[in-house]
Ligand binder design. Structure first.
Ligand SMILES: Cc1cc2nc3c(=O)[nH]c(=O)nc-3n(C[C@H](O)[C@H](O)[C@H](O)COP(=O)(O)OP(=O)(O)OC[C@H]3O[C@@H](n4cnc5c(N)ncnc54)[C@H](O)[C@@H]3O)c2cc1C
Length: 297
């Protein structure tokens, strides 16, 4: 049995760990913080390949992930929902419309998988443990340190990977009560700021912001007010919805797109898997397939 260490316990590291286990590897996940202290835990976590390039591998990742989430929703995996969604189109339609999309000059309508991360990340964690995986809480400066105990290491450290092409894109969300909505809507190119409303089971996610290179993590009250105003203009039923909280996180964006690449050194193979920007959930399972291929050959 091949021993593999996955460095990073966000959505990218944990989906890779599961794919590796499914292909027979013995997996240890090493992470500096708990599963719910990751950027992945902040995400609205809706399948929407926005701000991605239409390269063949990204197309493969998003399509495979879409199919995986449809199957998980059908199987009743905790936290996985399917929502009808409507995306306003102000310029050209995007490259990634999934099967069943209907398009007009003004919008795209399709079914978007969504993962409620407070339930989904613990489910991924427990699935890894149930298949014999281990979690170790530890900060690691260099993934190569871990090659002394495993044949290969997956570096899924998100924004923490030392790479000059990585940069943060700050995102702020507001959580409010759900006034009975069951369809999501996005107006990404709203000149006043990216705007989206994603109803979940127990709340509604209102977004958002997209600020390259801003790194403070305190919720900005002016941004909160502006998000609520834009979302309420788009969905008037939100008027009067109670604010439940704010979420702020730094998307791990990378010039040139995600780095998913194997590098062989004297002590073994490191497979890098980071830089998924604002679409880590959207690419996760498809990317995990490729990581498993790179690790196990
Ligand atoms: C506001 C917001 C909204 C978003 N909405 C969506 C959305 O709707 N759809 C979508 O697809 N994506 C969305 N995203 C993007 C998504 O959250 C990210 O792409 C994704 O979480 C990246 O996952 P990751 O596993 O690479 O990184 P992370 O979740 O950051 O995980 C990194 C892991 O590495 C560990 N680590 C880091 N450094 C070390 C070290 N030195 N030693 C040990 N461990 C280390 C951390 O502890 C953590 O476990 C959103 C992001 C934000 C901020």
């Amino acid at each position: 049995m091949t021993d593999v260490t996955v460095l990073g316990g966000g959505i990218i590291g944990m989906t890779a760990a599961i794919r590796l286990q499914q292909r027979g590897a013995r997996v240890t996940v090493v992470c500096a913080a708990g599963t719910l202290e990751t950027v992945s835990a902040v995400a609205a976590a809706v399948w929407y390949p926005t701000h991605t390039d239409p390269e063949p591998r990204v197309r493969r990742w998003v399509e495979r992930s879409y199919a995986e989430f449809l199957g998980q929703a059908e199987a009743g995996v905790p936290g996985v929902l399917l929502r009808r969604t409507r995306m306003l189109v102000r310029a050209d339609p995007p490259w990634w419309a999934p099967p069943g999309t209907t398009t007009t000059a003004h919008d795209l309508r399709f079914t978007a998988p969504l993962t409620e991360m407070d339930r989904y990340l613990p489910w991924l964690h427990d699935r890894i443990v149930a298949s014999g995986g281990r979690f170790v809480r530890r900060r690691v400066e260099d993934p190569a340190e871990l090659l002394d105990r495993s044949a290969a290491v997956v570096n899924a450290t998100g924004l923490a990977a030392p790479d000059p092409d990585l940069y943060p894109v700050r995102g702020q969300l507001v959580l409010v009560t759900n006034p009975g909505l069951d369809e999501s809507i996005r107006d990404e190119d709203n000149p006043a700021g990216i705007t989206y409303v994603h109803p979940r089971r127990r709340d509604t996610v209102l977004g958002g912001t997209f600020e390259p290179d801003r790194t403070d993590l305190e919720p900005d009250p002016r941004q909160r007010a502006a998000i609520i105003d834009r979302c309420t203009a788009l969905v008037p039923e939100l008027r009067g919805a109670r604010v439940l909280g704010d979420r702020v996180g730094l998307r791990p964006a990378r010039r040139g797109g995600p780095r998913v690449e194997a590098v062989d050194g004297p002590d073994g193979r490191i497979v890098h898997a980071y830089g998924h920007g604002g679409a880590g959930m959207t690419m996760s399972w498809g990317c995990a397939d490729e990581v498993a291929d790179l690790v196990l050959g």
